[in-house]
Design a protein around this ligand. Structure first.
Ligand SMILES: Nc1ncnc2c1ncn2[C@@H]1O[C@H](COP(=O)(O)OP(=O)(O)OP(=O)(O)O)[C@@H](O)[C@H]1O
Length: 247
């Protein structure tokens, strides 16, 4: 279980808080969607959970481990799929995954076997020995995902894992995540695809201006009013229609 208690983040030099006094609990084996307009604070929140960004105040625990005292244990528990590809373009898919596996202390035949079987599940077995810089966006997203799950994390945190991919790649990614979840992995992911989140997530939180404005099961949020027909209606009713451009 993940328990976030009044966490805030104000970046150095920023005028405003990117995440403000936010509390949230995520149960084991949930598929939890963090939704919100551009600049709402989704990436900042998950970056704090991944220890990539230091909270200004507040704290959180993952499986009862406090993030301040148990950084190393928490790092072993979680897998991180960043929005930007974390892959080496001049190495092959197999070489990249060998490298990421070795960072978690995995090696030898067991690692090779695991990489090959996962590449097969994600439809990439034919491309194992091709360099990443020859891959399409959807193929890179799938390898990026594999790089973060070789150590069997209990909690997988993904920042927009299906952004910029075609429908076919998206289906393969979502089905793979569902399979991981069915085998015990808690999934936390950010997305702008509200249709996808409505189908995929067991629970969602809509974030705006660094705060949670609503959370619950997608169906329960939609059933609050006869005027709401889907998660996009819920989202627009709470966050409005104005553009959220920032620079
Ligand atoms: N490194 C940083 N330094 C200063 N401000 C930042 C930094 N990273 C993010 N911000 C600001 O924090 C706010 C929240 O940004 P964040 O990236 O967390 O939002 P988001 O919900 O993930 O947005 P998007 O959907 O566009 O990815 C924005 O106002 C952004 O400009």
């Amino acid at each position: 279980m993940i328990v976030i208690d009044k966490i805030s983040k104000k970046y150095v030099g920023a005028d405003n808080y990117s995440v403000s006094n936010l509390s949230l609990s995520i149960k084991d084996q949930e598929i939890f969607g963090l939704l919100g307009p551009n600049g709402a604070g989704k990436t900042t929140l998950i970056s704090m959970l991944c220890a990539l960004v230091k909270p200004t105040s507040g704290h959180f625990t993952i499986n009862n481990l406090n993030y301040k005292q148990h950084k190393t244990e928490i790092k072993k528990l979680i897998g991180i799929v960043p929005q930007e590809y974390a892959l080496y373009p001049t190495l092959t898919a197999f070489e990249n995954l060998k490298y990421f596996g070795s960072m978690y202390g995995l090696k030898g035949k067991a690692l090779n076997q695991k990489i090959l079987s996962h590449l097969e599940i994600l439809g990439l077995e034919k491309f194992a020995n091709k360099k990443i810089d020859t891959f399409s966006g959807g193929m890179k997203r799938r390898v990026n995902l594999l790089a973060s799950i070789l150590h069997n994390p209990k909690v997988l945190i993904l920042d927009e894992p299906t952004v910029g991919v075609d429908v076919q790649s998206k289906n393969v990614i979502i089905n793979f995540l569902k399979e991981l979840n069915a085998n015990g992995t808690t999934i936390i992911y950010t997305s702008h695809h509200l249709n996808e989140a409505e189908q995929f997530c067991t629970k969602v939180a809509i974030i705006d201006h660094g705060k949670i404005i609503i959370e619950g099961k997608p169906k329960d949020l939609i059933n609050q009013s006869d005027e709401l027909h889907n998660l996009e209606d819920v989202f627009i009713s709470l966050t409005g229609k104005e553009l959220r451009d920032y620079a």
